[in-house]
Design a protein around this ligand. Structure first.
Ligand code: BT5
Length: 253
């Protein structure tokens, strides 16, 4: 088993780990990566921490990050126009799902940003687009929290059930090998962002959201209908009785 450290991560020679910061403990890798990006950090800057004490989900929610997980944020300076930025969340979800399936864990993608195993959350993806000044253009901070070598009960979640790799596989995984595989898959998916149809085909084959009758909560409003597809922007197409909605954000109940 190789523990994670800066040198080992750098030695993976991934285009997504060109510059690496590694912490024993940090508030949030997402906040640190954002800080670095604002100071001009290049595409492929990666921040990883063993523990996060202030891990962030969406909408101010917290992300519990004990030792044994893969907690990372990447600075991306994508070549696609900013209006396609939502594609990145779905491309990343596909990359994570492929990584988990190669390990023998049948992960499914739940729109917009969850990876579930038998209905339990094993990974959360958080892509935040930030428009810098003219010189810098826009950048994305892609955060991934993947539950690996600890037990779901360690999270003490009260509002939902979680899964971890070790609880699914009955053994611990090598975090460096896991990160290596994940970075390869992410690099492959992010490399075909302008060919979104191909990413979409994979997404459709691994999602548990499409074709379902769902209730989506967003901005305090609840929409109910059929989750029909993703559009080329990466938004969910929801067919309701009062019309068709294209959603970038929301929570499926
Ligand atoms: C997400 O938010 O799923 C995005 C999570 C992104 C976390 C990564 S870790 C590295 C980087 N640095 C950060 O600070 N963040 C990113 P959301 O859809 O809002 O889900 C949050 C909800 O998931 C919480 O309200 C809990 O119910 C649940 N949750 C919290 N920690 C969890 C965990 N470790 N495993 C499974 N579910 C968890």
């Amino acid at each position: 088993m190789s523990a994670l450290d800066r040198e080992r991560i750098t030695s993976l020679e991934s285009p997504l780990a060109r510059k690496v910061e590694f912490y024993e403990e940090i508030g949030s890798t997402q906040e640190r990566a954002r800080e670095l990006a604002r100071k001009g950090a290049p595409h492929g800057t990666l921040v990883v921490s063993k523990i996060q004490v202030g891990g962030k989900g969406r909408l101010g929610r917290s992300w519990i990050s004990p030792p044994g997980g893969l907690w990372m944020s990447l600075v991306l300076r994508p070549e696609i126009p900013a209006r396609y930025a939502a594609r990145i969340t779905q491309a990343a979800a596909v990359g994570v799902a492929k990584t988990l399936r190669n390990l023998g864990v049948e992960a499914e993608i739940k729109w917009p940003n969850d990876l579930l195993v038998r209905g339990r959350k094993i990974c959360g993806v958080l892509a935040q687009a930030i428009v810098g000044d003219n010189k810098q253009g826009y950048f994305i901070i892609l955060g991934i929290g993947l539950n690996a070598n600890f037990m779901p009960s360690d999270l003490e979640l009260t509002d939902r059930e979680a899964a971890t790799l070790s609880s699914e596989l009955g053994r611990e995984v090598d975090l460096l090998e896991l990160l290596d595989a994940l970075l390869r898959n992410l690099d492959a998916e992010l490399g075909r962002l302008d060919d979104f149809d191909e990413i979409l085909a994979d997404w459709r084959s691994m999602t548990c959201t499409l074709g379902r009758h769902v209730r989506v909560r967003r901005f305090g409003q609840v929409l109910e209908g059929e989750a029909a597809d993703l559009n080329p922007d990466g938004a969910l197409i929801l067919k309701t009785q009062s019309g068709v909605f294209e959603l970038f954000e929301g929570e499926i109940e």
